[in-house]
Every structure is written in structure tokens, then in C-alpha cells.
Ligand binder design. Structure first.
Ligand SMILES: C[S@@+](CC[C@H](N)C(=O)[O-])C[C@H]1O[C@@H](n2cnc3c(N)ncnc32)[C@H](O)[C@@H]1O
Length: 326
């Protein structure tokens, strides 16, 4: 499956899970595809349901996609805007990024949000306690070279077409409001923040919220799939065997490699939890006993990725610092 990448970036983006999720819902009939935590929207935009309700508590994401839906933003406008702003960025040797960031935090223009998302450090999305975008510049003044501008322009055009071809509703609301809208014949993909992991203005998450989410999903009577992490080298996500103990579990392992060399082996096991039987899923209790007995926790094949440049640089740096002094 050729994965379509949306124009927005975020650290929680599930591009790498799209294939897996998609293969699990091929034969399911449903009315609305609902996402209480749409983020960048990469999952919905690849699944391409006929009807979708896509929600998030971050108003900037919703404003961006509504602006495309209602044609306040077109791909032509994006090309022109990024070309002009990219030239300003280059002329200022990067300082202009901080002007755009200030302007965005005052006015919330969706084009400025796109600019920041594509020129900030590591494509992160992070907001401070006052709700201001606070990610620093990626330090590449020539960031918006023509090739990247064309790529982003095409991504916006693709999104516009996907939205026009379906019945897509974007809502800026808390997940508890979205839960109230779910009908039994809908299919829900839920990708909440990880408990206690990110502390961000729009993206903090507690155990109480996880329980409210579970109750809302189960009481809706709809089929649902939830993404979470199963374990990493140091920890297991025990909420799976407590809060989500009624759900089946499918798991995949992700790790990176440079050339033929594997690094960060066992980096992270991802899980899909569901009230349906997913492909290769096992019962919650079986997964728990596999973990207790230290048996394989994999229910599907491992995915290998080429290491991203940024991670490769930081690992090199770590190795360099660990070297004993001569
Ligand atoms: C892990 S990300 C979703 C990523 C998305 N699946 C993707 O691939 O881009 C979690 C999202 O939940 C949103 N969020 C956090 N708390 C929320 C809440 N209480 N209600 C609704 N959305 C919330 C965040 O703004 C963030 O976009």
C-alpha cells in the first residue's frame, strides 16, 4: 500500500501503523469512521472512509483541515505562501522563523501553522502552558527550497481531493464530546496520548481520562481499535492488562537499522487493542502470560526502518560522548 503522507507533522504521527490498521478493517462495514484524536489525520486520509468525523482538542489542526475543506486554503495559495515566506527565511538566515512563530501565536493563521510544522526542529508539535507553539527552528534557512514547496503543495492538493470526495467533518472538541456522538454502527480509531508521556498544552493525558475513554468506547456499542505501546526495553504498559483487559491484543515490533546493522533492537512494541478479533490478535490474558513467562510478545511480523538522519546523528553523538578519554 502506498502511504499518503499529510502536510502536517507531529511526533505522534502513525504513518508506520497505517498499513497494519488498514489490513485489519478491510472487511468491516460501518457508517462513520470516527477519530476522537485525529492529530495529523494520517490514518483517516489513508483509509479514506466515505464518511468521517475527525476530532482533536488542538484547535489549530482542526482549523487547518477546515480551511482546506472550505477552500480558504488551496494548493496554489500554499505554493505562493511557502515560496514567499521561504525566501524571507533564507534572507534572514533563519531568524524569520521566530517572527512567523510570534505571528502565529498571536493570530493563529493556518498557513503559518503549516510553515512552522515544516520548518521547526524535528517536525515536532508542542505548545507551552499558555497554548503558544514553542518548538525551535530546524536551523536550515534554505528549508523551503523548491522541491519541498512542491512536495507540500502536492500533499495539500491530495488532502483537498480526499476531503472533497467524502463526507468529512472536522471538530475541535474534547474526546468526551466525541464519545457522545458515536453510534453502534460506526467504527472508531482511537489514538490517545500516552499516559504521563507528553506534557503539552493540548496533549496531556491521565489514567482517569483513559478510563473515561474505555467506558465511552465500550458503552457506545461500536467497534473500535485503539493504538498504544505494549512495551519497550525497560517497561511494559500494564494499563493494557488492567484498564483494557476486555480487549484483544495484536502487537508489532519496530526497530531501526543503518545499512545492514541493527541498532536499538527491541526499541518498541506497538499494540492495537480492540473489541473485535484483529488479524493475528490474541486474548488479553494470553498476552499477559506471554509477558510474565518472557515468551514472544509478537503477534505479527517485525517492521524494520532505515534510521532517520536526526536519530542517527544523536546516536553518533552519544557514542562519541561515551568514549573513554585518551
Ligand atoms: C497520539 S496523537 C494522535 C496522532 C494521530 N493518530 C496521527 O497519526 O497523527 C494524540 C492527539 O490527541 C489530541 N488530544 C490530546 N488530548 C485530547 C483530548 N482530551 N481530547 C481530544 N483530543 C486530544 C492531541 O492534540 C493529539 O493530536
Amino acid at each position: 500500500m502506498k502511504i499518503f503522507v499529510p502536510p502536517m507533522k507531529s511526533q505522534g504521527i502513525k504513518t508506520k501503523l497505517v498499513d497494519w490498521i488498514s489490513s485489519n478493517i478491510q472487511n468491516i462495514e460501518y457508517d462513520y469512521w470516527i477519530e476522537p484524536f485525529m492529530g495529523t489525520g494520517v490514518v483517516a486520509f489513508n483509509i479514506r472512509p466515505k464518511k468521517a468525523i475527525l476530532c482533536d482538542s488542538n484547535p489549530h489542526l482542526i482549523r487547518f483541515y477546515n480551511a482546506i475543506k472550505y477552500k480558504e486554503i488551496s494548493s496554489g495559495m500554499v505554493r505562493k505562501y511557502l515560496t514567499n515566506e521561504g525566501q524571507e527565511l533564507l534572507k534572514s538566515n533563519g531568524e524569520y522563523y521566530y517572527e512567523v512563530r510570534k505571528r502565529f501565536n498571536e493570530e493563529g493563521n493556518p498557513l503559518d501553522f503549516l510553515f512552522l510544522s515544516r520548518s521547526c526542529f524535528n517536525g515536532m508539535m508542542r505548545f507551552n502552558r499558555k497554548g503558544g507553539f514553542n518548538v525551535p527552528f530546524c536551523k536550515k534557512p534554505n528549508r523551503f527550497a523548491q522541491a519541498l514547496v512542491t512536495k507540500i503543495t502536492n500533499q495539500v492538493e491530495n488532502i483537498a481531493q480526499i476531503i472533497q470526495q467524502g463526507d468529512y467533518i472536522f471538530k475541535n472538541q474534547d474526546f468526551q464530546d466525541t464519545l457522545k456522538e458515536i453510534m453502534p454502527d460506526d467504527l472508531v480509531y482511537s489514538d490517545p496520548p500516552y499516559i504521563g508521556r507528553h506534557v503539552d498544552y493540548f496533549d496531556s493525558w491521565s489514567e482517569e481520562e483513559e478510563i473515561l475513554l474505555r467506558d465511552g468506547l465500550i458503552n457506545s456499542g461500536a467497534k473500535f481499535i485503539l493504538s498504544t505501546w505494549l512495551s519497550n526495553k525497560y517497561r511494559t504498559n500494564n494499563y493494557i492488562f488492567d484498564i483494557w483487559k476486555e480487549c484483544s491484543v495484536a502487537s508489532k515490533e519496530h526497530f531501526y537499522h543503518i545499512g545492514g546493522k541493527e541498532i536499538n533492537r527491541n526499541a518498541v512494541y506497538e499494540a492495537l487493542l480492540s473489541n473485535m478479533d484483529l488479524q493475528n490478535s490474541i486474548s488479553n490474558s494470553e498476552m499477559k502470560s506471554r509477558i510474565d513467562l518472557n515468551d514472544s510478545r509478537l503477534t505479527t511480523n517485525t517492521i524494520k526502518y532505515k534510521i532517520p538522519k536526526q536519530l542517527s546523528l544523536s546516536l553518533e553523538e552519544q557514542r562519541r560522548l561515551k568514549k573513554p578519554a585518551l
